[in-house]
Each structure stands twice: as structure tokens, then as C-alpha cells.
Write a protein that binds this ligand. Structure first.
Ligand SMILES: [Zn+2]
Length: 172
């Protein structure tokens, strides 16, 4: 397992629409391992493959509270199949937008379908943190970031901050 470097805004890769995984190969299993390792190291509760620069429809998540009882999930080609009318507000963050947190309103409950690493199709319902997390991660597969749900003012402010930081890093 390898910890891979995270892709940070304003990197345009984060706006790509990821491609479906066609077959669960050894490389896909390796990618899942690396994603989990990178996510736990960060630490974060969810990671999409594009966040380590791989434009494939794959997500890892673990919303368990304690490190002793890890519940790693690997979602291949996940999709939301139903979302509740009721919304809830949750403070979100993103490994690609470090140290920035803001409240986002999303459906309170969702049903989602995905394939696991064994090739089984699973459909499951979620609420709470898992519901927020799965919506946030599936957004990444479509090039959508949580800051897209904020006011233009807030989004511009965070983009400007990270653009400046990227320029400094490039030495420009
Ligand atoms: Zn994210």
C-alpha cells in the first residue's frame, strides 16, 4: 500500500468527469488499497480516485468513529438511486480543499448502489454522516466540489486563496 499525493484545488483535474471501472483487476484492487491508505493517513472519512489523480469512478469511505473499529468501504461505479425530500445541513470539508469547512445543505437520506471489490452489486440506504459523505464523494466523480453549493462570494474567496498558495508554491 502506498500513500499517494493528494490533488488540491485549483488543479483542473478535480473538474474531470471520471470514467466507469470496466473490470475489477489487480490494478483496481491496488488502487483501492492506496486510496484507503491515503484516506486514513490524511485523515479523512472519504476519498474519490480523482483526488489522487486517477479519473475512475471509485470511492473509499470510512465513517466509523474509532480507529480500533475501522469499517473501510470501497465503492466502484457508485450512484445515488434515491434522495429524500428532507434536507439537512452538515459542515463539510474536503481533502482537496485543506482546512476549509463550510455548511452545506443536502438530502437528509439517500439510497445508493455500487459494486464492491468482490464484484457484488450492493444497494444501501444511508442517513447522517454516511449520507453526506456518499453524496460528497459521488460529486467528485462528476467534477463537482462542495464549494459549488456555497455562495459565489464564498467560493471565489476560497478559490483565490488556493490560487495564491499554488502560485507561491510554483515560485511565481
Ligand atoms: Zn472532497
Amino acid at each position: 500500500m502506498t500513500i499517494r499525493p493528494l490533488v488540491i484545488i485549483p488543479d483542473p483535474k478535480l473538474r474531470l468527469v471520471s470514467e466507469p471501472v470496466k473490470e475489477i483487476t489487480q490494478e483496481i484492487r491496488q488502487l483501492a488499497d492506496d486510496m484507503l491508505e491515503t484516506m486514513y493517513d490524511a485523515p479523512g472519512v472519504g476519498l474519490a480516485a480523482i483526488q489522487i489523480g486517477v479519473p475512475l469512478r471509485m470511492v473509499t469511505m470510512d465513517v466509523s468513529k474509532s480507529e480500533d473499529e475501522r469499517q473501510p468501504m470501497v465503492l466502484i461505479n457508485p450512484e445515488i438511486t434515491w434522495a429524500s425530500e428532507e434536507k439537512r445541513v452538515y459542515e463539510e470539508g474536503c481533502l482537496s480543499i485543506p482546512e476549509y469547512y463550510e455548511e452545506v445543505e443536502r438530502p437528509d437520506r439517500v439510497r445508493f448502489r455500487y459494486m464492491n471489490l468482490q464484484g457484488e452489486v450492493i444497494e444501501q440506504e444511508a442517513d447522517g454522516l454516511l449520507a453526506t459523505c456518499v453524496q460528497h464523494e459521488i460529486d467528485h466523480l462528476n467534477g463537482v466540489l462542495f464549494i459549488d453549493y456555497l455562495s459565489k462570494l464564498k467560493r471565489d474567496r476560497v478559490m483565490t486563496k488556493f490560487k495564491k498558495a499554488a502560485r507561491r508554491e510554483a515560485g511565481a
